[in-house]
Design a protein around this ligand. Structure first.
Ligand code: GRF
Length: 204
């Protein structure tokens, strides 16, 4: 099955997917300077820029992006740090085969600055979530979460680094489950056939 990955930045999650031998057939970025483009190119994977700023509307940008994505006939489209809000039309086009990673334990802290907001809220657990994408931002059936306890010494930067390590663990896991056809959604709840744990807890 062909997997297309969308990025906007450094691409460490893309790297984790590639290291886990996910069959990525193309990488798209809306930002020409995204570090992840070089990671893809170094592996001989098409690394394609569709610069959103050059389009007059979100819909026009997405139409071009989707047209180019579809030339790779993806069975799965992965948002790995893709920093554009997607319209309902785009999400519908890839319904059930569009996944995202978000750096919080959803439904807590959708949106940006999740680590600072977790600290400010005084939560004792934080982490990341891989989920199917629906039309609402950072909401959608949860495939897997990784949780870490907050420490008194944590700052937004230390938390970001600790959570990122967990992202690199669970994102390949979720994608592998999808590729193996093991994810079932019923009433908005995802189960993994075979009963693998959908929560990773790391207090190291
Ligand atoms: C990650 O923290 C991810 O959760 C968020 O954007 C960041 C992307 O990082 N959606 P990278 O480009 O994969 O290193």
């Amino acid at each position: 099955m062909s997997v297309v990955v969308l990025i906007s930045g450094r691409g460490s999650n893309l790297q984790a997917l590639l290291d886990a031998a996910v069959p990525v057939s193309a990488v798209f970025s809306n930002m020409a300077g995204a570090g992840g483009l070089a990671i893809a190119a170094a592996r001989g994977i098409p690394a394609i820029v569709v610069p959103h700023r050059e389009f007059s509307s979100r819909e026009a940008f997405e139409a071009e992006l989707a047209a180019q994505i579809d030339t790779f006939r993806p069975g799965l489209v992965v948002l790995a740090g893709f920093m554009r809000v997607l319209t309902a039309g785009f999400v519908q086009r890839y319904a059930g085969r569009l996944v995202n990673i978000h750096p919080s334990l959803l439904p807590a802290f959708p949106g940006l600055d999740t680590h600072a907001r977790a600290l400010a809220a005084g939560v004792k657990l934080h982490g990341c979530t891989v989920h199917f994408v629906t039309a609402d931002v950072d909401i959608g059936p949860i495939i897997v979460q990784a949780a870490i306890p907050l420490r008194p010494v944590d700052t937004p930067d230390t938390l970001a680094a600790r959570v990122l390590r967990q992202e690199h663990r669970v994102f390949p896991l979720a994608v592998r489950w999808f590729l193996e056809g093991r994810l079932e959604i019923a009433d908005g709840v995802v189960r993994v056939k075979g009963g693998d744990a959908q929560l990773v807890f790391d207090d190291s």
